[in-house]
Design a protein around this ligand. Structure first.
Ligand code: SAH
Ligand code: DHB
Ligand code: MG
Length: 227
């Protein structure tokens, strides 16, 4: 058995023990497949972990950068209180359309707004709209823009805002200084920024499972005196 097969089998075992069968989430993944979306959603256990983070943060306002079919969106939005709100940004119109349909099928369209368009443009527009700060921000879009998304995330934060960034290990490729992959370089620049940026305290955790070997960053925006 290869290591990757073992990671998937263990993930399946953990899903069977911890995650109840969920027809809504299963149908969302099926709709994504039928529409030809890439299967790069978070795994079920990672979705649950995001949901736990949203609950632990007591978040009412969540921002997601990179919607795909709304799989991670549904996990997080389910943790919101009645008056909670999640804004999610997606550049590909088909992805946004499939996501809206999945989110409506999950009964979450009252809490979730899918904004179609390039995230950098959407974020600038949200700033013009004087959008209120978010309690929880999930960065999971085009990796070369990770440094820009981190800067925007800080602008839409308050002390205590939790920021999570997906795919920061990429099969270990991120230690390659000379990587020709712009996604790897985006993640490396993101880490350079984290190293410099005293406004956020972060940890990065490597993960294995049904989505292979990757990892995520978990950070919190500091009170000024914490830095
Ligand atoms: N969060 C999703 C997965 C997102 S995959 C989940 O776990 O279920 C990354 C998504 O980011 C893709 O749908 C891709 O189209 C979108 N994306 C890529 N570049 C973007 C950009 N510049 N602005 C907004 N979205 C972008
Ligand atoms: C990619 C993006 C993701 O968000 C992910 O979870 C896995 C892969 C990608 O762009 O390759
Ligand atoms: Mg991802």
């Amino acid at each position: 058995m290869t290591e990757a097969v073992k990671w998937s089998l263990v993930d399946r075992y953990l899903e069977e023990r911890l995650l109840p069968q969920d027809p809504i989430l299963q149908k969302a993944l099926e709709a994504n497949r039928n529409a030809g979306l890439p299967a790069i959603d978070v795994s079920p256990n990672q979705g649950r972990l995001l949901q736990l983070f949203v609950r632990m943060a007591g978040a009412k306002r969540v921002l997601e950068i990179g919607t795909l079919g709304g799989y991670s969106t549904i996990w997080m939005a389910r943790a919101l209180p009645e008056d909670g709100k999640l804004i999610t940004l997606e550049v590909v119109p088909l992805h946004a359309e499939v996501a809206r349909s999945n989110i409506a099928a999950a009964g979450l369209d009252g809490k979730v707004e899918v904004r179609t368009g390039d995230a950098l443009g959407q974020l600038a527009e949200m700033e013009r709209e004087q959008t209120a700060p978010f309690d929880f921000i999930f960065i999971d879009a085009d990796k070369p823009n990770n440094p820009n998304y981190l800067q925007w995330a800080l602008r839409f934060s308050r002390p205590g805002t939790v920021i999570v960034c997906d795919n920061v290990v990429r099969n270990g490729e991120i230690i390659r200084e000379d990587s020709p992959d712009p996604r790897v370089n985006g993640v490396r620049e993101f880490f350079d920024l984290l190293e410099e940026e005293k406004a956020i305290t972060a940890a990065a955790i490597q993960t294995v499972g049904s989505k292979g070997y990757d990892g995520f960053v978990l950070g919190i925006v500091n009170e000024r005196q914490d830095v």
